[in-house]
Design a protein around this ligand. Sequence first.
Ligand SMILES: Nc1ncnc2c1ncn2[C@@H]1O[C@H](COP(=O)(O)OP(=O)(O)O)[C@@H](O)[C@H]1O
Ligand SMILES: CC(C)(COP(=O)(O)O)[C@@H](O)C(=O)NCCC(=O)O
Ligand SMILES: [K+]
Length: 242
Amino acid sequence: MSGSYNLLIDIGNSCIKFRKYDKGSQLSSRAETASSPEELKQHIELAEKIYLSCVGRRSLVDDINKIATSNKVEVIEARTQAAQFGLSNAYSVTSNMGVDRWLAMLAANTKSKLKSFIVVDVGTAITVDAVADGQHLGGWIAPGFRLLRDSLFKNTQNVFGKDEEISEIDFQKDTPECVEAGCKAQIVGLLHTAIFTLSKKNQDFDIFITGGNRNILKQEDFAYPLFFHENLVLDGLTLFVD
Ligand SMILES: Nc1ncnc2c1ncn2[C@@H]1O[C@H](COP(=O)(O)OP(=O)(O)O)[C@@H](O)[C@H]1O
Ligand SMILES: CC(C)(COP(=O)(O)O)[C@@H](O)C(=O)NCCC(=O)O
Ligand SMILES: [K+]
């Protein structure tokens, strides 16, 4: 049986996230991850339509399109816009902005009563975007946790790591723990600086956190409430489902 759900797909630089979504029955499963379009095949074959965003490899989109076309499934790809759904983009060259950032902002804008917010997407890269009264003020792009850590290993002789995770950001007593805590502290510091920067311009705003590494940010490290969402990019794609 085909046509029972829409398939939402978010292609990032590390992995493919997908979720089935049906507006009528409010079907909205948890996001799953796939390492290749081939893994999505059975989900694509039975989908009514596919809504897709990509900041990763274009060849992945081509492969998804091939599977979809051979099964007569329409693929709708989202693109960053100058203005959409009551949100205005600050970028001077709209198409330069990753569509994942635009979709996360669109989703946050529908969830924020204040229409003023910060969105942090903690993935391969970490993006921060600030919005005041539906106007995007601009944002930041910084290396994500793995990039931070790997750049240390790559560019030093005596810094090494290990696989186990440390649980909290505190001062550490051996190299791997110092690296992990240091890189995590940098990410926490990024959000503190974002809050400080928007506080100078705006009184009240919401803070949305998303992305595969979102749990590096913890409520206990902040005085403001943080709203955690599994995948705001996929949430943004639902706005396009007719
Ligand atoms: N359950 C998980 N599934 C996938 N990635 C995870 C998970 N938990 C943590 N991660 C980490 O999240 C990062 C990927 O985050 P994600 O937001 O999917 O990135 P991107 O959009 O850049 O592909 C990876 O570095 C990975 O180590
Ligand atoms: C900044 C990003 C790499 C983040 O991607 P991700 O970490 O989710 O894979 C992506 O949004 C991107 O490629 N942006 C283009 C540059 C820009 O937004 O200005
Ligand atoms: K990201």
